[in-house]
Design a protein around this ligand. Structure first.
Ligand code: UDP
Length: 358
């Protein structure tokens, strides 16, 4: 197939500002290229593709950036989007249509979804978040009523945020496993990985690390500086070790040395890439059962799931993390979330949706 993929308009690829969508795009493109599909990627200016995606065509475009939907009021309305990155990316993707079988939209934004109703060409949407905006949910609902096969989700929990989706297509996510090295060592430090923003709940992980009397290593892009400083102020200096945002090869090397990943989402986490990345390195995860993590972690086998916001249970299970066999963690990823498995699921989804267009 010949496919055009629209990236997130939040940050350029490689910036970390686009969160999990950046890695999802990378794994998807790698997986599709290995299956000999022809891929265009449309992304914000300064974007870079990793080596495993080097044979894709990258179109980097310029426009003004909007705020991410999860950081706006739920009832916020979009202003005129003319000249916005999302619209420029959409225009570019549409200009490649003649040579293409479908567009895959990875952005969580209005115009690519509403465009689906205006043209007789398959635009498919892999939705990256839960219900974060009434306006987005309304447009998904309107387009879904006519084109139900054009939408897919990462987890059942995420899809349940959109009650009008009757039989959601669930794709999980995929990871280029050659980029993650399994590490056997069991006695390393504690890890937390993610965008540093309130919906990610870093404060709860910092709490349990402090209760155990250990440092918490934090990797990720600091999206909300005030939030980060407030958490820093809660703990004596040195208790939180800010490691910054690292590219995947460095991140996995450092993460793999850790004893456990603590994952504490405060929102309905659509998937939770960092969980699978930790597992791929052999690092078990203790997480809140909220959203995607509840569908990824096998309780007692690849980590532990605790009731959302229950910090004391988190602490209890963290103390038992040595019971987890690190090899089982890696095995789960190999059997369920490789980029090849993900690409195959995406291709089946595309074929099903394209069929509707005759
Ligand atoms: N990440 C990274 N380097 C870091 C920390 C995080 O590349 O130092 C990436 C990580 O690989 C993951 C993303 O940031 O793909 C966070 O995605 P996740 O699905 O956990 O949450 P989101 O930000 O999408 O809400």
């Amino acid at each position: 197939m010949r496919l055009t993929i629209i990236s997130t308009p939040i940050g350029f690829l490689g910036s970390g500002r686009g969160g999990g969508v950046e890695l999802t795009l990378d794994s998807l493109v790698s997986g599709l290229l290995k299956q000999n599909h022809f891929i265009n990627v449309v992304a914000p200016i300064n974007s870079k593709l990793s080596d495993s995606c080097s044979s894709a065509n990258l179109f980097a475009v310029e426009g003004f950036e909007q705020r991410s939907w999860q950081h706006q009021d739920y009832f916020a309305h979009t202003q005129n989007q003319e000249g916005s990155i999302i619209n420029v990316m959409l225009e570019k993707a549409l200009s490649l249509m003649q040579d293409c079988d479908a567009i895959i939209n990875l952005s969580y934004d209005l115009s690519p979804i509403s465009k689906t109703l205006e043209i007789d060409f398959p635009i498919l949407h892999l939705i990256s978040m839960g219900d974060e905006s009434l306006e987005i949910s309304n447009i998904i609902s309107k387009v879904y009523a006519e084109f139900p096969y054009n939408f897919a989700f990462h987890s059942r929990a995420q899809a349940s945020d959109f009650p009008f989706i009757e039989d959601p297509i669930i794709l999980g996510n995929g990871f280029e496993l050659s980029k993650y090295t399994f590490q056997e060592k069991k006695d390393g430090p504690l890890a937390w990985v993610g965008r540093v923003a309130p919906e990610k709940g870093l404060e709860d992980a910092a709490y349990v690390a402090a209760e155990i009397g250990e440092k918490l290593n934090v990797w990720g892009f600091i999206e909300d500086k005030d939030y980060a400083s407030k958490i820093s102020a809660l703990y004596p200096s040195g208790k939180i070790c800010w490691k910054g945002f690292l590219p995947t090869n460095k991140l996995q090397e450092e993460l793999g040395q850790c004893r456990a990943l603590i994952n504490t989402p405060k929102w309905n986490e659509a998937y939770g890439n960092v969980i699978v990345e930790a597992l791929a390195c052999g690092v078990p995860v203790v997480a809140y059962k909220r959203g995607g993590p509840g569908e990824i972690i096998k309780h007692g086998e690849t980590g532990f799931l605790v009731k959302a916001d229950d910090k004391e249970s988190l602490l209890l299970y963290l103390k038992q993390i040595d019971l987890i066999n690190r090899k089982k963690c890696r095995e789960w990823v190999e059997n369920n979330a490789s980029s090849n498995i993900f690409a195959q699921k995406v291709v089946s989804w595309l074929k099903r949706a394209i069929k509707e267009y005759g």
